[in-house]
Design a protein around this ligand. Sequence first.
Ligand code: MG
Ligand code: MG
Length: 265
Amino acid sequence: MIYYKTEEEIALIRQSCLLVCETLAHVASLIKPGVTGLDIDKEAEQFIRDKGGEPGFKGYRGFPATLCVSINEQVVHGIPSGRAFREGDIISVDCGVVLNGYNGDAAYTFALGDVPEETMNLLRVTKEALYRGIAQAVKGNRIGDIGYAIQSYTEYEHGYGVVRELVGHGIGKSLHEDPEVPNFGRRGKGVLLKENLTIAIEPMINLGTKHIVQADDGWTIRTKDSKPSAHYEHTVVVRKEKAEILSDHTVIEEKVKTNKELKQV
Ligand code: MG
Ligand code: MG
């Protein structure tokens, strides 16, 4: 069942997404060597609650934390731990918020210190792929157009691995609504996009193989070949001419710029 949103609902989802991005911006100001996933998770939860929101992931199907913190070869769904961040790590942070009954969802991969150029390129290409996907989220296109834009750029053009098992999603009163939004696909195939459909687009792109394995904790997804993986996510609304991005990475990137420990993507 696909729920198309009213403008009032879209305004509420935008508010949730902005709180998500402010939280990620706060996280961006905290990351440095020695800091742990547990540290940023605690800060993020407090930040969200102080602004009147609730963590969207905590308790979702039993997930134990506010953030998903996925380091290096971890793709997504990493449970925040006491593992200290180290110079050269890439750290994907995914955050969800519920505010006024509506979900927001966004993610950003941070580069801590001297990250190899090969990995920086993975981050840049994955981020660019997100915007190429978003450019397809217009009325009259189909879900496959979004996936094709992401896959053709990352896999066909750059030889990266596009994760198949995990996909983007509709979003609203529920964190995960229909339709699924894969990061691969065929042009002109899949669900027809109509105005006021709100979806989270979130390429999960691996430097090496597309294959993944799930850790024994039942959550953390990592690459099968242990090579790094990147994840960027926006919540967007399908419009007539051009998708409207409801989340806002610019607030995150402002904090990345002022945190000397982080490398700009
Ligand atoms: Mg997310
Ligand atoms: Mg999502």
